[in-house]
Design a binder for this molecule. Sequence first.
Ligand code: HEM
Length: 132
Amino acid sequence: MKTSTKVSAILCAVLALALVVPVAAQTAYNRDEVIQVMRTNQQTLGQVRAALNRGDFYAAAEGFWKFAEGQNRIMKFTPPKGNKAEWDRVLGKFVDTALRGVGAAGERDAPKALKILEELQTLNKEGHSLFR
Ligand code: HEM
């Protein structure tokens, strides 16, 4: 093989790797990050309920936002168990529902916000049955 052909082949390989590596790094399941988000979820559940019971709508909105941020962050992963399209669907619905919670807190509507919290728990059950 001519030297220039070898150099071209190596350059092509390096370029292809440079394109593939970031994509792989983005979608690989990060268990530590998922577990961290889940433990935060568990604390947030208690925080939001307590905040709504004492009429602290600012703290309730913060909790709903925390729910949305965490699930939005782990959506890029491909779950080790279950199907990626279902993962995107359940987490997408979870994020949308949490954002409606921020809205309900903004309206100072505790019963509405508590109902939204229940919807999040239903999605929690669905998520765990499919992916955990
Ligand atoms: C209010 C909502 C939720 C709460 C409170 C919650 C809570 C938890 C807890 C406590 C764990 C165990 C963490 C540990 O090992 O210490 C866990 C694991 C897990 N949850 Fe959730 N979860 C919620 C929603 C969801 C949703 C919506 C999904 C997926 C669509 C999901 C997927 C998972 C998965 C895949 C694991 C296992 C992680 C692993 O070991 O790789 N969870 N969750």
